[in-house]
Design a protein around this ligand. Sequence first.
Ligand SMILES: Nc1ncnc2c1ncn2[C@@H]1O[C@H](COP(=O)(O)OP(=O)(O)OP(=O)(O)O)[C@@H](O)[C@H]1O
Ligand SMILES: [Mg+2]
Length: 302
Amino acid sequence: MKDYPTRKGPVRALAGISFRVGEGEIVGLLGANGAGKTTAIKILCGLLRPTSGRAEVGGVPSSRPEVARQVAALLEGSRNVYWRLSVEENLRFFAGLQGLSPREARRRTAELVARFGLQEKRRTTANLLSQGMKQKLALACALVKETPVLLLDEPTLGLDVETSHELRGMIRMLASGEGKTVLLSSHDMGVVEDTCRRVIILARGRVVADDSVPSLLALFRTTAYRVSLRDGLSAEARARLVERLPALRTLDAERALEVELPPEKDVYALMDALREAGVAVEGVTRVEPDLEDVFLRIVRGA
Ligand SMILES: Nc1ncnc2c1ncn2[C@@H]1O[C@H](COP(=O)(O)OP(=O)(O)OP(=O)(O)O)[C@@H](O)[C@H]1O
Ligand SMILES: [Mg+2]
């Protein structure tokens, strides 16, 4: 549990949450603004103490200084970098903190600068970098440490599409190639679907879902179909259809419709209804929920 003390009294950020992340897993931490993601991440890396309860990383309580050898964090808004230091200086500084020799620190710095495409900016101070470059530098600083566990708070925030894709690839590599354990928060469902096999959803400081992405998707699989129409839908045909299929929505200016079938009806019943209404069908596809639909349903339900 975590309460932030404020002048108006304590603000509850985490109301007793419990989860475990296994070695080599990439787990997504999802939740609306204020759900408690950043608070959980800060507790795990030892920046905040829980009001009650405990957090451990690799068997070490997060409140102990040794936890720094286990975990590196990318904090919200790239706040883990020094604004007045250049890209290289930041990286060397963090390498030094980690106990790398100056030579190793230079090697590691050069490697990360190249990996993140920051060569041209290596002597630029962090405050003069673009938002996306700052974010890359912040992640590079987190990686300098070569810890087994990485906590990434919104790692792709502010990145352009291409860079975000690059970064997703890197995150997947960190886990599959280097065996790192990654806990990442994001509002970008694409990022989460691309990188995580499991997600934990927080709502108002509680865990409301913790499952693999495929089983969450299966949980919300409906028997909804999307039908594209050859000639659109006349008002008359629509009226006839709605009699048989009340849960019908038209899309794309009446050129397609979406319908969720009640349990007793199958796709044949749908086709019959369409034929009897005299509607020319171009194609039928099943509507599959994506992670965003699942997230919204769970959070609204909570
Ligand atoms: N330093 C603080 N003092 C007081 N309350 C805080 C503080 N930091 C966070 N909170 C409150 O704790 C709750 C959880 O905040 P937190 O930053 O963990 O959410 P989050 O899930 O990271 O949200 P976001 O998606 O917006 O980053 C919110 O109600 C927030 O207002
Ligand atoms: Mg946050």
